[in-house]
Design a protein around this ligand. Structure first.
Ligand SMILES: Nc1ncnc2c1ncn2[C@@H]1O[C@H](COP(=O)(O)OP(=O)(O)O)[C@@H](O)[C@H]1O
Ligand SMILES: [Mg+2]
Length: 429
């Protein structure tokens, strides 16, 4: 350098400020820890673990929302994320509406729990929690769903006393036993409620009929006896296949059971803190979000997420769905908007031009990001992780490609156990 020459220094900014000009170039990686997802715009490996990022203060919560047009690879991302997280000892609970998690289950060595009317799988809701107070809550939630309306005070009290009556003789009560007691309340039960057995039977007939219909109507065989032996609700991966019942009240009942089951599982997990964490997945949940019971399920899970660090992972087709009219629509919209607010990780796949403005507004995207989402190719997504942005190409191993292929019949035999993934290093098919 010559003495005395005037040189203008190059323009320098911190990566934080450069991000305002171009969000993707300067974001910096998330570090190499967590499950491998794919490659970011700079070609670097993109890894993700919501709990590590949460612990590092980069995320406000471990929840994620995955959004995008049909066929863009949303479910494939979720399935590979689960498969890779299972290797880290994480647990997962999946609501499978489209019956597409079978190959993942087979590879992980578990069986999906398919709820089908007359299908031979019975879940006794009251078995989910042994404590009386939890069973009372569960029973009231089930009655609410079965009646299709809230339970009144007399019904709520009668359900509590009916449960006590049955528990006095049986260790694990079932719904038909509760219905029988409500139809013909014993004298002691009526006395505890300061009424006569005849009057009590009249007062709670609505609840008795609703529970009876649950046990003997179209959902017969699904909730009216002891849980089918051999169902492993404690497996590392639990997939509930709701395909056959997606339009029935069974969904609400099941959600009540699942809430109870999950809080029991989390309480057990809390006793042995370690690497065990739970990912709770609702794929294509919009289809069932309007069901009574499911909204409550989501809300209770948000609470659980805060308390226990559950990662709620919700897959939605488009946010335009949230604008649905009607009571159920506005209720579901509130729930979904709550979820968006509570999900610090947003993964956005290709969206049609018509969806961009709404997506931008609800997710708080910059105009660069909003333009980008109409140009993403299949398997490519914009990841908003807290206040950082990445464009990530999702990679699958050959085995994972077979686990996630929704175009073919998916009838391939797969090796069992998550360890099988490690044997196939060929990412980037
Ligand atoms: N990262 C990827 N690379 C290449 N193809 C993919 C990728 N992810 C998914 N696919 C393929 O795209 C198709 C649709 O994927 P899917 O996950 O079912 O989409 P969505 O859930 O968004 O409707 C599947 O057959 C799958 O094999
Ligand atoms: Mg899908």
């Amino acid at each position: 350098m010559r003495q005395g020459s005037a040189r203008r220094p190059g323009h320098r900014v911190t990566t934080r400020h450069a991000q305002a000009i171009h969000p993707f170039v300067a974001a910096g990686g998330l570090g190499g820890r967590g499950a491998f997802i794919g490659r970011d715009q700079g070609g670097a490996a993109f890894c993700f673990d919501p709990w590590l990022l949460y612990a590092a203060g980069m995320l406000d919560d471990p929840n994620a929302i995955v959004l995008g047009k049909l066929g863009q690879g949303k479910s494939a991302l979720v399935k590979t994320l689960l498969w890779r997280m299972l290797l880290f000892g994480r647990r997962a609970f999946v609501l499978d509406i489209k019956r597409e998690y079978g190959p993942l289950c087979r590879a992980a060595g578990v069986r999906p729990i398919a709820l089908v009317p007359g299908g031979g799988v019975c879940l006794n809701p009251l078995e989910a929690r042994p404590e009386e107070h939890a069973q009372v809550q569960l029973l009231r939630a089930i009655a609410t769903t079965a009646i299709g309306d809230g339970v009144d005070q007399a019904e709520a009290a009668a359900l509590r006393e009916a449960l006590r009556t049955v528990r006095a003789c049986d260790r694990v009560p079932t719904l038909p036993q509760i219905a029988a007691v409500l139809f013909a309340p014993p004298a002691e039960m009526a006395a505890r409620l300061q009424t006569s057995p005849e009057q009590l039977a009249v007062d709670v007939r609505r609840a008795a009929l609703a529970l009876q219909d649950l046990c003997e109507g179209p959902l017969r065989g699904m909730f009216d006896g002891p849980t089918t032996p051999g169902l492993d609700l404690d497996a590392q991966l639990v997939v509930i296949d709701l395909h056959a019942v997606r339009d029935s009240p069974a969904v609400g009942i099941l959600m009540a059971c699942a809430t109870a089951w999950m809080s029991a599982l989390l309480a057990r997990m809390a006793e042995r803190p370690g690497r065990e964490r739970l990912i709770n997945v609702a794929d294509e949940s919009w289809k069932i979000i309007q069901h009574t019971g499911l909204g409550e399920w989501f809300q209770s899970n948000f609470k659980l997420a805060r308390q226990f660090g559950v990662m709620n992972l919700v897959v939605l087709h488009k946010l335009g769905d949230l604008q649905a009219a009607g009571d159920a629509g506005s209720r579901a919209a509130r729930i979904a908007e709550g979820l968006i607010a509570d999900a610090s990780t947003r993964v956005i796949y290709h969206q049609d031009e018509s969806q961009v403005e709404l997506t931008r507004r609800l997710l708080g995207l910059s105009s660069t990001e909003a333009r980008l989402i109409t140009r993403l190719a299949a398997g490519q997504a914009l990841w908003r992780v807290g206040d950082r942005s990445f464009v990530v190409q999702h990679y699958r191993s050959r085995l994972e490609a077979r686990l996630t292929d929704t175009d073919t019949g998916m009838r391939i035999e797969l090796p069992a156990g998550p360890g099988a993934a490690a044997a196939d290093p060929s990412f980037g098919r």
